[in-house]
Design a protein around this ligand. Structure first.
Ligand SMILES: [Zn+2]
Length: 370
């Protein structure tokens, strides 16, 4: 917890300087602060109604919020409760209890507990009104990205150029398109759509969905929703190929669906992910690049597993160097690592798009194991 990535995700929508300030705040461990302010500080706050607070809490389940802040449940208890390391003090054995049903937490180590608002207060070391503002912002961005991604999904099948591009990249299965929630930004209508839903232009600009001149920032891109971000792949060779919203790229792609597999394949691009998933390799995840952020690295190391690295086999050797460096770091964490040797100049996407099948990729995995 307390990584740059986390703090940035939470306060997306503000300027970079304020993100930095918050990140620094988030780094002060709370242990021993002796801060005895109880949640009853809410009382007397006439500006926020009880009902608005309840609504906010309902819209931000504590477990979702904790997990978005990198918290990992370590052990399941009865009645759906979880134990994990406490994000509020330096904890070495799990003492942080979470009850997702009641959306409450309690730490047996530092003795603090409460609801999601209390957690935000303690985690960011802010007072109640600031914690509320952070949560509202967090909720706002999550719902804004949800709406934008939903709009792009509706557009995908209305635009032949987008479908043609997906086909060219080997993405054909409707099940896969549904699984990855792939969309398309035709340009020119996102802003109107979101304005009608009540989002001010200023909010869209702050989130990075709309450019300073008012255009859809993802125009003519195939769009994939990520955790707290959007990835857009340009259809045109004239535009920069990759686009993200400002802020952190988030964790490993759909990690929660993958982490239970004893063997995990890690790729660098979402189109690599797509073709592998389509070919039946559902134990695949993606780092959106070869450089893992600290959050992604911790995810990969959160259990004993074999990791197959299937990065691009670039002619200049950069993919291979990234593979070796990451393999070394993972082995230091005592994980088993296999490096998949693709034919020169290929990545998993081009390998499949050029006609390879699951059996051929399986053979590469087996070779990587030995
Ligand atoms: Zn604690």
């Amino acid at each position: 917890m307390g990584t740059t990535a986390t703090a940035q995700r939470v306060v997306l929508g503000e300027g970079r300087s304020s993100r930095r300030a918050l990140f620094e705040d988030a780094h002060h461990p709370c242990l021993g602060s002796g801060r005895a302010l109880s949640y009853s500080a809410v009382r007397g706050k006439k500006s926020v109604s009880r009902q608005a607070l309840d609504e906010l809490k309902q819209q931000i389940p504590l477990l979702d919020y904790l997990q978005a802040h990198d918290w990992k449940p370590a052990r399941r208890l009865s009645r759906g409760r979880w134990m994990g390391l406490c994000p509020l003090h330096s904890d070495h054995k799990p003492s942080f209890l979470v009850d997702p049903g009641k959306s409450l937490f309690y730490c047996f180590g530092c003795g603090r507990g409460g609801d999601v608002i209390r957690f935000a207060e303690l985690y960011y070391q802010v007072k109640f009104p600031q914690a509320l503002a952070l949560l509202q912002q967090w909720r706002g961005l999550a719902s804004l990205l949800h709406e934008a991604a939903g709009f792009y999904r509706m557009q995908l099948h209305r635009h032949g150029e987008a479908i043609a591009y997906l086909h060219q990249r080997g993405v054909r299965s409707p099940e896969l398109i549904e699984h990855m929630r792939i969309g398309y930004a035709p340009g020119g209508c996102l802003r109107g759509w979101l304005s009608r839903l009540g989002y001010p232009l200023q909010t869209l600009r702050q989130a990075g969905l709309v450019t300073a001149s008012g255009y859809d920032a993802y125009m003519h891109r195939v769009v994939f929703p990520l955790e707290g971000n959007l990835y857009g792949r340009s259809l045109s060779a004239a535009a920069p190929p990759h686009r993200f919203l400002p802020g952190a790229k988030g964790g490993l792609y759909l990690w929660e669906q993958v982490r239970q597999y004893p063997e995990v394949i890690l790729v660098e691009g979402l189109f690599d992910y797509a073709v592998l998933w389509q070919a039946g390799f559902h134990n695949v995840t993606c780092a959106m690049g070869t450089q893992l952020n600290a959050y992604q690295f911790r995810q990969l190391c959160d259990g004993m597993r074999i990791i197959y690295l299937a990065f691009d086999a670039d002619a200049n050797g950069s993919g291979q160097r990234a593979t070796q460096a990451l393999a070394h770091r993972l082995r230091e964490q005592r994980l088993k690592v296999g490096t998949v040797e693709l034919p020169q100049g290929h990545d998993p996407n081009s390998f499949f798009a050029n006609g390879a099948d699951a059996r051929q990729f399986q053979a590469l995995l087996e070779a990587a194991r030995s």
